[in-house]
Ligand binder design. Structure first.
Ligand code: AHG
Ligand code: MN
Ligand code: MN
Length: 336
């Protein structure tokens, strides 16, 4: 049973037994993500000091090359998961191909693959706005003892065993699910410990917030345009209010707590939208459903889409159940 103020470490140990495949491997994996999140958090917090300690592409005072934060975050998550021999494969937004992780005995004994967006919302870094990390975990489908293959990563979202994100915001939080609800942990930076601050988070069934990049409005499908107008119309307890940070993690996090919908539809410029199915939409969809929300491509459940490519994009509508269903209604009615 989740107890407020419990540390993430305690929570992981306590909940290990309730997980159906209890070998401790998934617990070690979440622990590694916790560690990498703290390291990346430390670096993200220094981003505003760029003029003082050097920008990406420069050499710092110790003669080290400064890295862009998304490359830094990518390296840290990959290092943490490979050095500690936790997973058998990793796919990342920052890597063209998936990485085969060889266990120390070169036997490929680990069962899990991880997919990550190491730094989400990276264009917000320079202006001191929240960014995040997104992760998604699957059991491999190819036999243990052999190198992982593409099919281990191209699984439907419904096969995820864990997913979550870190939001580097006014506070740093780690929010994750292993299929038994969603829990949020807040970092106390003074002592570097995550505490359970948001047990069993749930999307309000209805919401007031719609989040979409309205700069793309003229390029949106007619169903999306009509839905946005519906949100703006004064009727009953409408109009809704608009909030868009431009970091999926932060927009999702706010909407999950306050109630709302996040949309990144297709447009006449991007036929599949912008967001990536495997390491952005699927993990967010798993979290949304575990928090009693919904995630759709406008017509179908995101987690039922069969992926065909590592970096494939998909239109994304995610958030409070009633809002997503309303958006789907408009999509169906005005489908071109
Ligand atoms: P990333 O920084 O990992 O490339 O992801 C950015 C994504 C997502 O976080 C955000 O919601 C969306 O791009 C914003 O896109 P627009 O600037 O087109 O609105
Ligand atoms: Mn992203
Ligand atoms: Mn990214």
């Amino acid at each position: 049973m989740a107890k407020k103020n419990q540390t993430l470490g305690e929570f992981i140990i306590e909940n290990q037994a309730s997980f159906k495949y209890t070998s401790g491997e998934l617990s070690r994996l979440i622990n590694s993500i916790r560690l990498a999140a703290k390291v990346v958090n430390h670096e993200v917090n220094k981003a505003g000091l760029v003029d003082i300690i050097g920008a990406a592409g420069e050499t710092n005072i110790q003669g080290e090359d400064q890295q862009k934060l998304d490359v830094y975050a990518n390296d840290k998550f990959i290092q943490t998961l490979t050095n500690r021999n936790i997973v058998c494969g990793i796919a990342s937004e920052e890597e063209d191909d998936f990485i085969i992780v060889n266990s120390q005995d070169e036997n490929h004994q680990n069962k899990y693959v991880v997919l990550i967006d190491p730094l989400d919302g990276s264009s917000n870094i320079d202006v001191n706005v929240s960014v995040g990390t997104i992760f998604s975990v699957y059991r491999r489908v190819t036999p243990v003892g052999t190198p992982v293959k593409l099919e281990d990563f191209l699984q439907k979202g419904s096969e995820q065993v864990a997913a979550g994100y870190v939001v580097y915001g006014t506070s740093t939080m780690l929010v994750y699910t292993t299929g038994d609800g969603v829990n949020g942990f807040t970092l106390n930076p003074a002592i570097g410990t995550f505490y359970l601050s948001h047990p069993n988070i749930q999307f309000p069934e209805d919401g007031k917030i719609y989040s979409v990049n309205e700069g793309n409005y003229i390029h949106f499908p007619i169903g999306v345009k009509k839905y946005i107008k519906y949100c703006q119309e004064e009727e009953g307890d409408r109009p809704y209010t608009s909030r868009y940070i431009g970091s999926l993690v932060s927009d999702f996090h706010r909407n999950m707590i306050k109630g709302g919908i996040y949309m990144y539809p297709k447009s006449s410029k991007n036929s599949n939208g912008k967001l990536r199915l495997l390491y952005e939409c699927n993990p967010m969809a798993f979290l949304a459903e575990q928090a009693k929300g919904k995630a759709s491509d406008g017509f179908n459940r995101i987690m039922e889409v069969q992926p065909t490519e590592l970096h494939q994009r998909i239109p994304f509508f995610c958030g409070s159940k009633n809002m997503v269903e309303k958006a789907e209604e408009f999509m169906r009615e005005y489908s071109e």
